[in-house]
Design a protein around this ligand. Sequence first.
Ligand code: COA
Length: 124
Amino acid sequence: MLIRYKKNQEKIAMGLLSFMPVERDVKLLQHTMKEYETNPEWHLYLWKEDDDVIGAIGLMIKDELNVIIQHISVNPSYRNMGIGRKMVDEIKQLYGEKYDVSADELIQDFYHKCTEEKKDEKNQ
Ligand SMILES: CC(C)(COP(=O)(O)OP(=O)(O)OC[C@H]1O[C@@H](n2cnc3c(N)ncnc32)[C@H](O)[C@@H]1OP(=O)(O)O)[C@@H](O)C(=O)NCCC(=O)NCCS
């Protein structure tokens, strides 16, 4: 299930975000975490299964119309099991009514993969 990030989950969240190539630099990653903790327009969520936190997805509310997914990461032991797609789906459910949800450049291919297949399913 998707849960909103809390400060006491900082280490696990940083570990997950560090899998993103753009966040490999520790200083940059610390800056990113600070934004998620302090900037009201930056929202970070974690994916929890049983008691394990195995995924992270972060977004920015760009303006009153647009939400941009800017981070997504799944623990390598749990990849290719549909968790990334589930996180995207839940964010679209949470924000999709009020905002147009899209993804940052680095996440575009994955995001389109998730959303296009949904459209295909609807057409079947
Ligand atoms: C990208 C990532 C979050 C995907 O999570 P995941 O839980 O393994 O993804 P899913 O199992 O939900 O995959 C859904 C589909 O997207 C595909 N996919 C996975 N990663 C992809 C990528 N980077 N680009 C395009 N498609 C991708 C999968 O092959 C799968 O396709 P299928 O349904 O045809 O089998 C995960 O690989 C990850 O954490 N990568 C490292 C972090 C990173 O680089 N994030 C930014 C790039 S998106």
